[in-house]
Design a binder for this molecule. Structure first.
Ligand code: GDP
Length: 497
């Protein structure tokens, strides 16, 4: 059945009433204590943990955020951490992550599952009234958002699409071992746990290889195969696409490998995907989507196209529920979405606006669709924690706008391997002024160059150690950032007016 012909059944009607009741309770609660539920998402290593830690630290300790008007004008009296509302959701380990960043000067452990933190902000409104805003911040893997389209796809449709995509370059070369295994099984073979385990393992290896920074692919559902959360090893994750049975139907009946895979795919949709959207996503009010655009630039045009596809799919989630078949299941109420290109501190400031323009170009198509749904959308290039400084560095007769930082131990450029203690200057190169230029360029265009002979194969930007925080006159540590205040103003400014 296609999405447009889907009609509500008893279970969706029951779910509707449950949702309506939950919405009433939240609405009534919201009137008494205004609350914003802010979602922080992005694909693996986009910078969610670092962003959320920096955001909370800046709010708790009154960071240097000139564009965040409520704080800059002194209207925020205090922000404090409070017990979170959802008992079944892990707490975001703010204290542990901050210790890693500030005391140990290492990057914290990345997001692996959904977590949450509650802050209560006491402030003075613009009309000088004392007010309180409760801010619940929910951090979750962006991979899980890309699962939404699976709800509308049968196992046969999903299998066919996933296999067709895996036969295109650069994916095909990474799928060889998995394809070789698929050639040894028939969908109408009897169901077999070992064959399913092997197919699922090789399929997962293929997804992981696509995600590797050399390829930096983004569209890699099912999301839990890469980010299993607490479901690692469960049967709902032990399936793989199969080629259609030879005659498309007969022989793949009960007891076949096909039927077993289909059952598990359906379980994944109903037990994993659906509850995530219904219980978590649908309750968000604001959303920031972090994007490691620099990683995609380095991997080349195929990665950029894939990232663009992922952005379209992500925006599809925010559109869902407004006059669509999904409104039977959940209604997103998000009214502001910020797309943020992270790690802008890898570029000299003259390139920050260019980075923003490129992200804008990539989300343009997706934004056009989402504006239809009424949410306001903005784009920013930021560094939640700025690990570099800027300097003009002489090279021969030229003076190049460069960045200075301490590369992580083991990072290398050319023949030089860094020890994690020594500062290095790097000329990151310029992003093109015209975003279109990037889409037809080969990979590796913007390499980190610390030495004259940096190798062509060095496709990565150098990774730097977190910075030493500045300490102000009252002894408070400030984490440097780039444009974090712009992000906060867009996401929360109107709620603190
Ligand atoms: P997550 O998987 O989305 O939670 O990603 P993390 O927040 O753990 O970030 C992944 C990695 O990206 C970190 O370990 C850092 O190396 C790097 N990173 C994230 N944010 C920044 C930033 O603002 N500046 C710099 N220089 N690196 C960052």
């Amino acid at each position: 059945m296609g999405p447009s012909t889907m009609t509500p059944n008893i279970s969706t009607i029951v779910e509707e009433s449950r949702l309506a009741a939950a919405a009433m309770v939240e609405y009534a609660g919201g009137l008494a204590h205004p609350t914003v539920r802010l979602g922080v998402t992005g694909l693996t290593r986009a910078g969610k943990t670092v962003f959320m830690t920096a955001l909370v630290h800046n709010l708790l300790h009154g960071g240097r955020l000139p564009v965040f008007e409520a704080l800059n004008s002194g209207r925020i009296a205090r922000a404090t951490l409070k017990p979170q509302p959802d008992d079944a959701v892990p707490r975001f380990d703010y204290e542990g992550h901050l210790r890693a960043l500030v005391d140990e000067r290492r990057w914290p452990e990345s997001t692996r599952h959904l977590s949450e933190l509650r802050l209560v902000i006491d402030y003075q409104s613009e009309s000088a009234r004392r007010r309180t805003l409760t801010l619940d911040i929910i951090d979750y893997p962006g991979e899980w958002l890309l699962d939404l389209p699976l709800l509308a796809k049968s196992y046969a449709e999903w299998s066919a699409e996933t296999l067709a995509l895996s036969r295109q370059e650069p994916r095909a070369a990474l799928a060889e071992a998995w394809h070789a295994h698929l050639a040894t099984v028939q969908p109408d073979d009897p169901e077999d746990e070992q064959a399913a385990l092997k197919a699922a393992r090789l399929f997962t290896d293929y997804l992981k290889a696509c995600r590797d920074e050399r390829y930096a692919m983004s569209l890699l559902p099912p999301g839990r195969f890469l980010m299993p959360g607490d479901l690692a090893g469960s049967p709902a994750l032990t399936f793989s696409p199969l080629d259609l049975p030879r005659d498309n139907r007969a022989g793949a009946g009960p007891g076949s490998l096909w039927a077993m895979m289909k059952r598990r795919y359906d379980a994944y949709r109903h037990v994993v995907v659906r509850p995530f959207f219904r219980d978590h996503f649908a309750r968000l009010d604001r959303q920031i989507v972090l994007v490691d655009a620099l990683a995609a630039f380095n991997a080349g045009p195929a990665a950029l196209r894939d990232l663009e596809g992922a952005l379209v799919a992500i925006l599809g989630c925010f559109r869902a529920g407004r006059r669509s078949w999904l409104s039977n299941m959940f209604r997103p109420r998000i009214d502001r979405i910020l797309f943020a290109a992270t790690k802008a501190d890898h570029l000299h400031h003259v390139n920050h606006d260019r980075l923003e323009r490129i992200l804008g170009r990539m989300t343009e198509r997706a934004i056009a669709q989402a504006e239809f749904a009424g949410a306001s959308i903005d784009v920013v290039a930021l560094a939640a924690v700025r690990a570099t400084r800027e300097a003009m560095v002489a090279r021969g007769r030229d003076r190049l706008p460069s960045i200075l930082g301490i590369p992580l131990a083991g990072e290398f450029a050319g023949r030089e391997t860094f020890d994690g203690e020594t500062e290095a200057a790097m000329f990151p190169g310029d992003l093109p002024d015209n975003p279109e230029a990037l889409f037809c360029r080969a990979g590796g265009a913007f390499k980190g160059l610390t030495t004259a002979d940096a190798r062509e194969t060095d496709y990565r930007f150098l990774r730097f150690r977190p910075p030493l925080p500045d300490v102000d006159a009252s002894g408070r540590p400030h984490l440097p950032h780039i444009r974090l205040d712009r992000a906060l103003q867009f996401l929360l400014g109107d709620r603190l007016a």
